[in-house]
Design a protein around this ligand. Structure first.
Ligand code: ACM
Length: 673
């Protein structure tokens, strides 16, 4: 093999040296004390259930054994003991002791704490209620490792509880439909990372995704046939409850609602007909707050959905209303004048207050995006801060409960470290009083699905989501980025063992791009690329909901581990000259070797300039290294020419960025001196 992998080796060594200092786990626990010895995991491993018993606990233990079996390759599926199974649980390898039942409908008040003591002969997991047991089992699964003697768990004492009660993930199934199995895979991953809220964004301009029996034209005309039956919704809720995860539905209104109007145009602020939107953005279609029939419809609809979704919280959207239809409607303008409503924002506040009344009538609390924070909207609303943390601080000051999503948008393709650095209690919220701070319930990552299909959803969420999970669970001072990345690399692999596809789908996508030819060269090339950031994809190409998402930019992970590691080597170049040279040599060769692969595929042709630039950049880096080794400063004309190359190759092509351009620029700068 021509391509050596020194960096992967280095990452492995890092993992090894961290062992003992930092356990193999995410999120890190509140308290952890390493102890002496090691619990062996072999074919004799059993779980015993003692104390409070319920079927959900037994299923959690069964699932744990299936996952542990998948992780180790040791068959463990029926290794469960307990009073309910007429066997002695106290002799099991892992004794689980639960004290009492949890909440009938899980809420922010659920006790998720647990204690896990692992000794050389036995492990003991104790928790007040079943959700705490699930959190402890997730910890145990992650602690398993393999040493020269076999699988085991290092002896340890853990006392753990979450920092925030609300640790969520929102998935948009409007822009692209996500079938139940894609949702359930991600619920499995959420359990492993101790996340506890699945926010299901169920309607948008591009689709209405739930069966309504009261208003069947919603799904019949607004979904292209891609919607969840009420039975499927119940199944997902039960699946989530089994994993200690709440399900909060969102029906976005008054904007982002075109799909409703296909079947019910009378709800809109302008006459129809309407069709399902294929483009995305902030569109004009909007419910009519001046029409009393709209509230009658919503009363019946919210009543139906409030009965279907048991959670106490009910999300009504409220984001991105542009007011265009409202301004154009004489009827709505007259209504505003009559009621002394002076602006579109005030009209939306009127609408929000009416909707909150309906949600409360049906026994729920309302959640809304931060646009709902307007005078006149009741403080019973939970504000989801997405446009900046200031709205979270403002909401808390005004008496609203809030959750943070600004900084946690997974679809913006930012690195894990950036999300990790965002804390609901820091920045704009730092100056709040303790009472105001107590209103901040936690945070939620968001995956908007404009560029997401069921095939790639896992890779768009994981492993970066794990960094957010840690931010929301672990103590505030848990901030060490290198440790986070070392543990993230391991958890990412473990996730594939519990059924996620974020790593296993990647080679398949590359093979499709090469028409099933060998992918080694393409992979080496792609390893230093990242998709463009933020909302820039839509500026670079015209997309709609039926655009194929099968190009290199769709396969490329959000974050290049290899480029990040390379940047670290360059930052301390004098100690890493050999590794830098080896990487650069590999990339210089790969930039040439990958060309025939790119030329032979209609989908990859657009990436040819990037490969040529990779070769040129790597060559420039090697020259810089030669200057550095010679001890003589590089001549100014050479430096100027190479920095111009770096500048040019730092710009996106084919919606991709070469992530080693900047560190090579740093190497060239170093060679100047
Ligand atoms: C949003 O991202 N429009 C809430």
């Amino acid at each position: 093999m021509r391509f050596q992998r020194p960096l992967l080796f280095a990452a492995f060594m890092l993992g090894t040296t961290l062992r003992g200092q930092q356990p193999n786990m995410m999120p890190l626990p509140a308290e952890i004390k390493p102890s002496e010895g090691r619990l062996v995991i072999d074919g004799s491993f059993h779980v015993g259930l003692t104390g409070y018993q319920e079927a959900r606990l037994q299923r959690a233990a069964d699932r744990f054994l299936v996952h542990l079996g998948a992780e180790t390759g040791i068959p463990l599926a029926d290794h469960l003991e307990g009073d309910a199974l007429e066997s002695d649980a106290t002799k099991a390898t892992l004794v689980v002791d639960c004290d009492h039942a949890g909440e009938t409908v899980q809420s922010v008040k659920e006790d998720e704490s647990y204690a896990l003591e692992v000794g050389p002969k036995q492990a003991r997991l104790t928790a007040p209620d079943p959700v705490g047991v699930m959190r402890g089992l997730a910890t145990f699964l992650q602690l398993v490792d393999l040493d020269s003697k076999g699988f085991g768990v290092p002896a340890v004492a853990i006392h753990d509880r979450p920092r925030f009660q609300w640790r969520g993930l929102m998935i948009d199934v409007g822009r692209h439909w996500m079938p139940v199995d894609a949702i359930e895979r991600n619920l499995d991953a959420m359990e492993l990372l101790k996340l506890n809220v699945f926010h299901w964004h169920l309607s948008d301009d591009q689709g209405f995704r739930v069966e309504s029996k009261v208003f069947p034209k919603l799904q019949e005309m607004g979904s292209d046939g891609h919607y969840y039956s009420q039975q499927q919704v119940k199944d997902v809720i039960a699946y989530a409850r089994d994993r200690g995860i709440r399900v909060i539905p969102e029906f976005d209104m008054p904007g982002h609602s075109t799909a409703w109007f296909v079947g019910y145009p009378e709800l809109a602020s302008a006459p129809g007909p309407y069709s399902i939107e294929r483009k995305w953005g902030i569109l004009d279609a909007c419910m009519n707050p001046a029409n009393e029939k709209v509230y009658e419809f919503l009363d019946a609809f919210i009543g139906e959905m409030a009965a279907l979704f048991p959670d106490e919280d009910f999300h009504v959207g409220g984001d991105e209303v542009n007011g265009v239809q409202w301004k154009a409607s004489p009827e709505i303008q007259a209504f505003m004048q009559q009621h002394g409503i002076k602006s579109s924002a005030a009209l939306q506040a009127y609408f929000s207050a009416r909707v909150v009344g309906l949600v409360e009538k049906h026994g729920k609390r309302t959640v809304g995006w931060d646009e709902v924070l307007q005078p006149g909207v009741p403080t019973s609303v939970v504000v989801q801060s997405w446009r900046g943390q200031k709205s979270l601080a403002e909401a808390a000051r005004q008496g609203y409960a809030g959750i943070l999503s600004a900084g946690y948008y997974l679809d913006l393709m930012q690195p894990a470290s950036r999300h990790y650095g965002v804390d609901p209690m820091e920045g704009a919220t730092a100056g709040l009083t303790p009472e105001e701070q107590s209103r901040i319930l936690g945070g939620e990552a968001c995956l908007w699905s404009e560029y997401v299909t069921p095939q790639i959803i896992d890779a768009k969420i994981w492993p970066r989501m794990a960094a957010i999970a840690e931010r929301l669970w672990s103590p505030q001072q848990t901030k060490e980025v290198d440790s986070m990345y070392a543990r993230l690399a391991r958890v990412s692999r473990l996730l594939d063992f519990v059924g996620l596809e974020h790593r296993s789908s990647y080679p398949l996508m590359l093979e499709r791009l090469t028409d099933f030819k060998p992918i080694d060269n393409l992979r080496t090339f792609d390893e230093i690329l990242e998709p463009v950031k933020g909302y820039s994809r839509e500026e670079m190409r015209s997309y709609n909901s039926s655009s194929p998402l099968n190009r290199l930019v769709d396969a490329t992970p959000a974050e290049s581990d290899r480029a990040r590691e390379f940047a670290k080597l360059v930052a301390d170049w004098s100690a890493h000259k050999d590794e830098i040279k080896s990487e650069l040599t590999m990339w210089r060769n790969d930039g040439d070797d990958v060309l025939p692969v790119l030329q032979g595929s209609a989908l990859l042709e657009e990436d040819i300039p990037l490969a040529q630039d990779l070769a040129a950049l790597a060559a420039a880096g090697l020259e810089a290294l030669e200057y550095l080794e010679s001890g003589k400063p590089a001549p100014q004309p050479w430096v100027t020419a190479q920095l111009a190359l770096v500048d040019r190759t730092s710009k996106p092509r084919a919606e991709l960025l070469i992530m080693i351009a900047k560190p090579i620029g740093n190497l060239i700068q170093a060679a100047k001196q």
